[in-house]
Design a protein around this ligand. Structure first.
Ligand code: ATP
Ligand code: MG
Length: 415
């Protein structure tokens, strides 16, 4: 009998690993530009760690964790808890009270598998520890937006504030009263959890609950002066960094540890509106886990499966619209003369090759290559020509390499 992989556990096959590497390399490059260092905590932790940080009454802890019940151990469902445990255990905040760390790797949640939702999935996770300044929040979101932009993806950013232990209790009372008044119209889940975790009612996906919630009181109207100022400064920071965003007063996020700023990067290109990344501020968590007092933190995680899916979709769409596999940008009359036979040899090999005979400037020829949806461009200038060389540019990831002006060699490089 053949043994198949587990449902929700996916093999990443050789055809896909290139895109995975592109996501990871782009992320590492951007994280380095923002002065983040890598940390690699283990995958298995004590169950208690996740209960104490994520919260007992959350979806993740209530029903999504892979737990070895007899051993009291759990496969990490997210990265923040283990990362903070490591930071505290190794005293990483002693020498440097501010740290920027990232972790990349698999997470495990027992949920119903579907497109972009797996039981083993991968996250890019970033955390800024020891800073409470609202511009850190704005900068972190700008970094997420830059990562998506450099991958060539579009997602919208939604933000909210969850207040803090000063203002949330009063809001919670308000919300509880509202939920009680609408209880009869809410789904069974919300009727049950409304009393223990009323914020969760706000992001219930049930259409009946969504209608009710439209009229729920907004936390943004209940922020204490400090939280209101923080939120306003975050918004001003985003604006000064040129990051567009939308307020979403119902975004609560499924983890207990968040306070103040929360945010999600959303895309509508994966079927239902889906989050490619999400995060928020967790100012009390480090202390709560036994770390140094008054150590604020903020972080986000992006789902790598969803990023890879979006890149695949984009490449398929580009390929479908493409009129040429290769565009030859010959710069100057001599290059044109040398390239025409090369184009012919490549066409004989079955490739769709476009070129321009006017020998125009590089910029206008690159524009033409984009218009034709060419996956590759071969750039041949007078200097390159003297050495029998050219530059082959992958239009998808903009990587360039030197190649000989030889049809067989060039054809073998185009995939
Ligand atoms: P969702 O609302 O989609 O369940 P979430 O709020 O549970 O997401 P987070 O815990 O914030 O997700 O994790 C951050 C990111 O990790 C998500 O935005 C998503 O891209 C990704 N992610 C979360 N769960 C999964 C999963 N089961 N499979 C694939 N990616 C996931
Ligand atoms: Mg989830």
């Amino acid at each position: 009998m053949e043994i198949a992989a587990l449902n929700g556990f996916k093999d990443i096959l050789p055809d896909e690993t290139g895109l995975w590497r592109r996501v990871e390399e782009t992320a590492r490059d951007i994280f380095a530009r923002f002065a983040f260092q890598e940390i690699r905590p283990p995958i298995l932790e004590k169950t208690e760690l996740f209960k104490r940080s994520i919260g007992e009454a959350t979806d993740i802890v209530e029903k999504e964790m892979y737990t070895f019940v007899d051993k009291g151990l759990t496969m990490r469902p997210e990265a923040t808890a283990g990362l903070l445990r490591a930071v505290i255990e190794h005293n990483l905040l002693a020498a440097r009270p501010q740290r920027r760390l990232f972790a990349i790797g698999p997470m495990f949640r027992h949920e119903r598998p579907q497109k972009g939702r797996l039981r083993q999935f991968h996250q890019l996770d970033v955390e800024v520890l020891g800073g409470a300044h609202p511009l850190i929040d704005a900068e972190l979101m700008a970094m997420g937006a830059l990562l998506l932009a450099e991958l060539g993806l579009t997602a919208s950013l939604e933000i909210n504030s969850l207040g803090c232990p000063v203002c949330r209790p009063a809001y919670r009372e308000n919300l509880l009263a509202f939920i009680a008044s609408r209880a009869g119209n809410l789904c069974a889940d919300c009727q049950r959890r409304g009393a223990t975790n009323p914020l969760r009612v706000l992001d219930c996906k049930n259409p009946a609950c969504r209608t009710q919630v439209e009229e729920a009181p907004s936390i943004l109207d209940h922020l204490c002066p400090d939280c209101a100022r923080h939120f306003a400064d975050v918004e001003a920071g985003l604006t000064s960094l040129g990051v567009s965003y939308k307020r979403n007063k119902f975004m609560v996020r499924g983890l207990d540890y968040y306070c103040r700023t929360t945010f999600e990067f959303l895309t509508s290109d994966l079927g239902a509106q889906a989050a490619v990344g999400a995060g928020g501020r967790y100012d009390g968590l480090i202390e709560q886990l036994g770390g140094p007092k008054n150590t604020p933190g903020i972080g986000f995680a992006m789902g790598m499966e969803r990023l890879v899916l979006l890149l695949q979709q984009k490449e398929n769409a580009l390929a479908a619209a493409s009129e040429a596999d290769l565009y030859i940008a010959a710069l100057g009359p001599e290059a044109v003369n040398a390239c025409l036979p090369l184009a012919h040899r490549l066409r004989e090999r079955g490739l769709r090759v476009a070129m321009d005979y006017e020998g125009r400037g590089l910029k206008s020829q690159m524009k033409q290559a984009d218009r034709l949806g060419a996956a590759w461009t071969l750039i041949v200038g007078e200097d390159e020509l003297k050495n029998g060389q050219a530059v082959l540019r992958d239009m998808r990831d903009k990587e360039q390499r030197a190649v000989a002006l030889d049809a067989a060699q060039i054809a073998s490089l185009l995939d």
